[in-house]
Design a protein around this ligand. Structure first.
Ligand code: SF4
Length: 337
């Protein structure tokens, strides 16, 4: 690893102030756990982007699923979604008031509740599991999202981002071609600290050479064609939609809803959802965190009012992927230093 730290310093010495972004909560976790920010030269700024599915799920979707639960529709979902604050309440609050909400650890477990609506979230990595449920006739409220449309959005709205650390797990499913459409330097990266340091070096080389290529630096897992079976299952059961992202707004063709309208909870229960009102907590700066405009420390609520035990916003919920929750775990400020 020392060799690549030295190489990063060499390449960085020929670069101006350079902002690069990771778009995977797993990468944010490695970066913070192993102090990768600390080995980067001052002119290289590495920021977290929209890589946490829990964080980017729109407030409206949280409120809609809370409303379904309050109206007596049984819900299954993954654990983190229970704790995301809604406008009035979280799913966990609704459950404590008697709503039938089951936390599941896998799609197979959701099959045990065939009459419940599965609240599906995640990028291409988890979408195949939801596709599997749709094939078995489970009704789904989908907030599934795809890469790389939000990255394109960010490049077009914030020209300061010079390159991306691409999410290795997502690329395992998608393959490599889709990332080429961005025309921005990118490196598909693994999750160990030495892999990340090496990939940052390769990304800085591309930036220095003004080379908008995609380097697959995780070839032991990511194949050029991706996971063909998973992609076929997703295409069969889910269709592209314009989707709303927290912090980013509506992005064309960036989400997925069920092909079969009978299995699409948004369609089946549209009457129950038509009057749901949503409002984000104005004090929470998740939107700016997701866009890489501020670091979690810069939110006045960070580690004071907002903690993983009492999250005030979606970015403080997932300890594995949420930028605020990860910074909290590994920052001195959260320990009162
Ligand atoms: S620290 Fe909490 S309130 Fe602030 S941006 Fe993060 S999640 Fe939102």
């Amino acid at each position: 690893m020392n060799e690549f730290i030295r190489k990063i310093k060499d390449v960085a010495s020929s670069l101006p102030e350079t902002k690069i972004m990771e778009v995977c909560g797993g990468h944010t976790h490695t970066i913070m756990k192993y102090g990768i920010h600390d080995i980067l030269p001052d002119n290289i700024k590495l920021v977290a982007g929209p890589g946490c599915p829990v964080c980017v799920t729109a407030q409206k979707d949280i409120d809609n699923v809370v409303e379904l639960a309050r109206q007596g529709i049984g819900i299954t979902t993954y654990g983190d979604m229970l704790h995301v604050p809604g406008t009035e309440m979280s799913l966990d609050d609704a459950r404590s008031l008697g709503a039938d909400i089951k936390m599941v650890l896998s799609a197979e477990e959701a099959l045990r509740y065939p009459k419940h609506v599965f609240f599906g979230i995640g990028f291409e990595t988890t979408t195949p599991m939801t596709a599997f449920l749709l094939k078995r006739g489970i009704r789904v409220y989908s907030t599934h999202k795809v890469m790389p449309p939000p990255m394109k959005f960010l490049v077009e709205s914030d020209s300061a981002i010079r390159g991306f650390i691409d999410p290795g797990h997502v690329a395992t499913i998608t393959g490599i071609d889709i990332w080429n459409s961005l025309r921005v330097p990118q490196v598909i990266c693994g999750f160990k600290p030495d892999q990340m340091v090496r990939s940052i070096y390769k990304l800085l080389e591309l930036i220095r050479d003004d080379d908008p290529s995609v380097v697959n630096d995780y070839p032991e897992v990511v194949r050029p064609e991706g996971n063909v079976k998973a992609k076929a299952l997703m295409s069969e059961t889910l269709r592209p939609i314009d989707s709303e992202w927290r912090g980013l707004g509506v992005i064309s063709d960036s989400g997925l809803d069920p092909v079969d309208k009978e299995l699409d909870a948004k369609v089946v229960y549209s009457d129950l959802l038509k009057d749901v009102k949503s409002k984000e907590n104005p004090a929470c700066r998740c939107g700016e965190v997701i866009k890489g405009l501020i670091e979690p420390y810069e939110c006045p609520l960070f580690a004071t009012v907002c903690t993983p035990e009492k999250p005030q916003g979606a970015c403080m919920v997932s300890r594995n992927e949420g930028a605020c929750a990860i910074y909290y775990q590994f920052s001195e400020r959260s320990k009162g230093a």
